[in-house]
Ligand binder design. Structure first.
Ligand SMILES: C[S@@+](CC[C@H](N)C(=O)[O-])C[C@H]1O[C@@H](n2cnc3c(N)ncnc32)[C@H](O)[C@@H]1O
Length: 337
């Protein structure tokens, strides 16, 4: 995006801002359409993506996402933009979403992804509901809010498939899957994440939903160094594994996913469910299927859990992939005399 400072050269700024206005696609149109769709299905929930530019389906707006964390609209920018453009979005959002009380922006292209309140109240903490469950949301502190909106269907799937089960939640973060599993009747959920801070948010999320704390375990350890801790509470009837694609000094999922997949026979009960997630634009569903076929053929692929509809992608397979497998122990070959 062009970023010419008007005070440096007035005429250049004027010229570029005219070109910019002519060339920049109109986010308001897309947002209006998105809100209309939401309105038609009476589906404006407490938290959802309103516009997903990162899917590259809206040319010229690949650097913009808009999220609704009631009553806040969060604009996430992956590239610098003109101040005038941002001002226009603020005015449009106010008109389109009168229930909005705060418009904030997060600059992902800047160091430490700083945030700013563009209009309204400086709301930094709120509680959002999704599928009848509540989650703590933090804005303006860390890069992520505490709830990944693209995983909404995954959480609902877990809620619908947890009755009476012993669940292992790897890379648990703020334990949103654990909240969903307990709501779905899980007997026990074991949450593993090396961030103790994230797990303590998870504890708060369970409290917020008045869930039985005795059914939840938290292990603040490095998954790749603590397989015995993972095994301690097993065997599991349901495993959810949602790793980052890359975290310095910790995970490179292209290299490391197989390390987890090959351990599944030590962790899983026979006839159990395995949900493996992959969130790298550079690694396809086929990559994950091939890793599983090679490292753990006991996992039989069932289907992909789709992302919420708003997460439109120009090229399928670039966004989040959530794959469901059934773990079935292979029969010993009959010994023929
Ligand atoms: C993408 S988030 C997981 C999102 C989560 N599953 C959810 O549904 O909200 C990635 C998490 O992986 C954790 N993590 C990264 N490397 C890890 C490791 N080696 N062992 C344990 N946790 C790790 C991070 O602390 C972070 O909380």
């Amino acid at each position: 995006m062009l970023n010419v400072k008007p005070h440096n050269c007035y005429y250049a700024a004027l010229f570029f801002s005219i070109i910019y206005k002519v060339m920049t696609p109109n986010l308001q149109e897309y947002l209006t359409a998105s809100l209309k769709r939401i309105e038609q299905t009476s589906n404006l929930t407490d938290c959802q993506r309103l516009f997903h530019g990162r899917g590259h389906a809206y040319q010229g707006l690949e650097h913009v996402n808009l999220d609704w964390f009631s009553p806040v609209v969060l604009i996430t920018l992956y590239q610098e933009v003109e101040a005038a453009w941002l001002e226009k979005q603020v005015a449009d959002i106010q008109k389109l979403l009168p229930q909005c009380q705060s418009i904030q922006v997060q600059y992902r292209s800047r160091k430490f992804a700083p945030s700013e309140v563009l209009w309204g109240e400086a709301i930094t903490e709120l509680r959002a509901q999704e599928h009848g469950l509540k989650y703590h949301i933090s804005l303006g502190k860390a890069q992520n809010s505490g709830l990944f909106l693209d995983m909404g269907n995954g959480r609902n799937w877990v809620k619908n498939n947890s009755q009476g089960r012993n669940v292992l939640n790897l890379f648990a973060y703020t334990c949103a899957f654990s909240v969903a599993a307990l709501a779905g009747g899980a007997e026990k959920v074991v949450n593993i994440d090396m961030s103790k801070g994230a797990l303590s948010k998870g504890r708060e999320n369970h409290k917020l939903n008045k869930q039985d704390g005795n059914k939840v375990k938290y292990e603040g350890v490095d998954i790749f160094k603590s397989y015995n801790r993972l095994k301690k509470h097993g065997p599991y009837d349901l495993l959810i594994c949602d790793p980052p694609s890359f975290q310095k000094g910790s995970v490179n999922i292209q290299r490391d996913y197989k390390k987890i997949i090959k351990r599944l026979p030590e962790l899983m009960a026979n006839n159990s469910d395995v949900v493996l997630c992959l969130n790298s634009p550079d690694l396809s569903e086929e990559f994950l299927l091939a890793e599983v076929a090679r490292e753990c053929p006991q996992c039989q692929y069932q289907y992909r859990i789709d992302n919420p509809r708003v997460f439109v992608e120009a090229e399928t397979g670039k966004g989040l992939k959530v794959l469901y497998f059934r773990y079935v122990e292979l029969c010993e070959k009959a010994v023929v005399n």
